[in-house]
Structures are given as C-alpha cells and as structure tokens.
Design a protein around this ligand. Sequence first.
Ligand SMILES: *Cc1c(COP(=O)(O)O)cnc(C)c1O
Length: 421
Amino acid sequence: MTDFFDIDPRLMELARRAEELCRPAFERIGRVEEYNGQKVLSAFLRAGVSEAHLKGTTGYGYDDRGREGLDQVFALIFGAEDALVRHTFVSGTHALATALFGVLRPGDTMVSVTGAPYDTLEETIGIRGENTGSLMDFGVKYRQIELLPDGSPDYEAIAAAAPSARMIYLQRSRGYSLRPSLSVETIGRAARAAKEANPKVIVMVDNCYGELVEEREPTQAGADLIAGSLIKNPGGGIAPTGGYIAGRKDLVELCGYRLTCPGMGKEVGCTLDTLRSMYQGIFFAPTVVASAVRTAVFAAAFYQLLGFGVTPAWDEPRTDIIQSVLTGSPETLCAFCQGIQKGAPVDSFVTPVPWDMPGYDSQVIMAAGAFTMGASIELSADAPLREPYAAWLQGGLTYPTGKAGVILSAQEMLSEGLLKL
Ligand SMILES: *Cc1c(COP(=O)(O)O)cnc(C)c1O
C-alpha cells in the first residue's frame, strides 16, 4: 500500500493487526462465497444458458429467451418458483413498489413488522405525501410493529396481527438505521409466526443489500416474495441498472401485470443490449458480495482498533453488506467520507461536502466514486450530520481496493488532525 499511497506507518500497523483479527471471519466469508458461487453456476447450467441468451430483443420482446432464462436463473438462486428480473426497474424502490402494488388490493392491510420501512418507501405506502397514488390513496391500510429493544422481531405481536393482515412485510437490512439486520433464520421464524396464525398471509421481504451474504435467501425460509436492486448485490457491480422480484409463481405473475399491464405481464418487455451484463453481474455477484463483506469486516476491526464505535462488530455474523462507524463529530464524519472518496476509482479528486437532501431532516454527506452512478455495491459512504455522527459504509468491488479506501479514510482524519494514535 505504501508503494502507492502516503499512509502513516502506525495506521499500516493497525491495518495489519485488524486483518489478523479478521482471519476467522474471512474464512467464513470465503465458505459462503464458494457455496454461492457454485449455487449460481448450477443455476446457469440448469437454465441452459447459451450464447443466444446473451443477445437482447427489441420492440415487444415476445419470446425473449434471454429474459426468460434470466428470470429462471434468479428463481433457482433464490430457491423461488419464479422471478421477474428487468432493466426497466429504475431502482430497488421501484421493484419493491411494483411488488406491493402487484399483490395488495383495496381494503387489504399491510403490516411492516420491522418498524419503519426504508425512507423511500414512505411515499409509496402513503405515510408521507398526499394524493400521489400511494397504496393508502388506493385504500390499502398500513400498520407498523416495532422491533423489540434487542432488535429482534416481536413474534407475539406478529402472530396477533397476522389474522387480519394480507401482507406481513420485513426489511432484512438495517438500511440507514442502527438496528441490527435480520438473519435469514430470524426472517424464517417471523414468517412461521405469521403463517401459523394465518396460513394465507403473504410474507414479503425487502431483500436489498442482503442477497448472497448468507447461503440461504428469505425465499428459502418461508418468504413468499422478495425484491431488490441490481445496482446492489445481485448485479455484481456489472449490471448497469435494474431490479428483481422473486417468489411464489402466482404472486410474481401479479407483479408482472403491474409492471406492464394485466394480461401481458412478464411475457413482454424487450431487453435491448442489457442481457450480457445482467448475466455476467449475477455470475460475479457471490465474489463481489464477499469482497464487500470482507471490506465491511475489515473496516469494523480497523476502526475499533482506532477507538471508534462500530456496528456490527468484526466478529458478528453478517446478513447484509452495511457497516456503520460512529465517528463522534461532524468534522471527523466529513473527513471519513472525504477519505473514502479519495480511494474511489472514479472521481477520486472530488471533495464531498454536506448538503441539504430532499426527504432528510439534517444535512447529508455522501462519498461515491463509482463506475455505475449511485451503485452502492461499489465502495461508498453516506452519513446524515446528526448524533452520533455515524457513517454507513458499504460495498467494495474487490477487497484490495475496499481495504485501501478504508485505510485512506483514516489517513484523511489523521492528516486533518482529528485522530490520536
Ligand atoms: C437501497 C435500499 C432500498 C431501495 O433503494 P433504491 O435506492 O431505490 O434502490 C430499499 N430498502 C433498503 C433496505 C435498501 O437498502
């Protein structure tokens, strides 16, 4: 590292010690990477992916073999009956919203059992904003059950809410909160609690940031429907845009009707020149996700040795790629993000500064220098400027570059006189 960057030798020594601590975690990550790599390969073989699958269609996109094969590959990986993988999902929020509007009907009740959903879904549901065509505008009722103080789901409250609910909704990743992420096992337990009380209830999971971090996915543990973004984990840093929905065949069909129109559903939609990168992305995803998780674990160990609060800790099990570092002050937070930016392959010379962002009640600083605009499977950091001045770090297409970015963030703090060694 010091051949290419100006790093204080004391930081390099801490980085060496951090990596030493991470060794058992890295072994676990390597085992999941290998398992999921083989899982993905076997999906390609079973779907019979051929050269022809990589070439897209135009116009209506009837009989697009590549599109159908890609749906099948994702369904096999997620252990789901069917999937809807499209470059026309503009984001993860769009895929999630398509799933919600696809299956919920006027009078139905959706119950979020992991507290408040991810910020961008508030307007989709109708918690914020009026007469926008939200679920609530269309007569869908919404309720929320908070997580227990220890961060686990309130199984009793879930069982009590399920009989009158059409959908029980969970968010796997912590998103940008400090609550713990939910393991697939915990999601499975919540799904069982709901279904024992109401066998007909639909269990849906926001799977963003969680894909391929564990060997199993929520759809292999009782979830009926999951959705996520292709500029996060399952796009492998290669898919340039898009999202996916996977789950029960009848529900995925309804989502297709919502994405295009009733009657046509997932049988139409041309793929243009997007297929090769989508196939390549999911093929690389197990290894890219493992790189991101290694980067997160390294950051946890390194910043803990530097005396910062981190969550999760380096030795805690992982179910998503998010790492938070509690920097303690606005200056330290800004230096952290500016250091991450200095380690970005694209726009490394840019200095991020805090800014007022729509939808946030405090200023936000973001570090991102990615090949794909906004891709958070690439090394990036976001942070609202408020107590406890936590930075949320995610991504890292490769471990060597992710690790370098993390060390550069500490070097930036040190150069600004904000670190005591
Ligand atoms: C990223 C994310 C989403 C969707 O966000 P987009 O920016 O619309 O892709 C939803 N939920 C969680 C937990 C996320 O991390």
